[in-house]
Write a protein that binds this ligand. Structure first.
Ligand code: ZN
Length: 239
């Protein structure tokens, strides 16, 4: 059974042949349940079959949306009967998964998620430049008043005001410098390793400022609820 992570529902799900009308090419040509093939055999040129590369449409059993399997087989295999599922090289469309940031303000979570998506599809320049924009968004979110100063001054101001730690300020500065570098040298390639480092630093800033404080307050609220429940239990048993 074919399965993949569906681009639409993001779940790993079974992929099955869509249900076709009886008048479809496939239904006429075969009695067994085959996914619909492209290029359509009625219109494809002969040279498009050698070496054979085709796209088969499947339906996701979780959400019902189509997922396309790219299948490559030799001409001999294509002539004989074969199971396309044994020859799937990849699934389309390629949908980057990104990263969820619970308890992080929507705008910041959205831009950081997009940074991860850029990295996943190998758009390293875009990832690094967007990471710098994410830092700018975080700085703006932390500021009490909108500021027209340069980003490095705004980071310094937040550090002095005790809004961010020196470690977070250093991390933000590192991303600012990397981002600046590529904004001014757009023809420079950016390697994957460097991109990964920038993204890890960005995630550590988000953890410091949003995720960790939110976890701490959740833990405090939990401890408070436990204490209250224990007090009530104690009072009950003393009655
Ligand atoms: Zn799905």
């Amino acid at each position: 059974m074919a399965s993949t992570i569906c681009w639409h529902c993001h779940e790993r799900a079974q992929m099955v042949a869509p249900r076709n009308g009886a008048d479809s090419m496939r239904a006429l040509m075969s009695s067994y349940d085959m996914p619909i093939l492209f290029p359509d055999p009625r219109f494809a040129k002969d040279d498009e079959f050698s070496p054979f590369e085709g796209l088969f449409i499947y339906s996701c059993v979780n959400c019902g949306f189509p997922n396309i399997a790219e299948v490559r087989v030799t001409l001999e295999e294509a002539r004989s009967s074969y199971d396309p599922e044994d020859h799937i090289v990849r699934w389309l469309p390629i949908e980057p998964m990104g990263k969820d940031y619970p308890n992080v303000p929507d705008g910041i979570a959205s831009i950081a998620n997009e940074v991860h998506k850029c990295r996943e599809i190998g758009a390293n320049r875009a990832a690094v430049i967007l990471a710098r924009s994410a830092v700018e968004g975080i700085v703006a979110d932390q500021e009490e008043m909108p500021s027209k100063k340069k980003l490095y001054e705004r980071i310094e101001d937040l550090k002095k005001a005790g809004k961010i730690t020196s470690r977070t300020a250093e991390a933000a500065t590192a991303i600012r410098l990397c981002g600046n570098d590529y904004v001014h040298n757009v023809l420079e390639p950016v390697d994957r390793e460097y991109t990964e480092i920038v993204i890890q630093i960005l995630d550590s800033i988000i953890d410091d400022l949003y995720s960790n404080p939110s976890l701490v307050s959740q833990a405090m609220a939990y401890a408070e609820r436990r204490k209250k429940a224990q007090r009530e239990e104690h009072n009950e048993s003393n009655r």
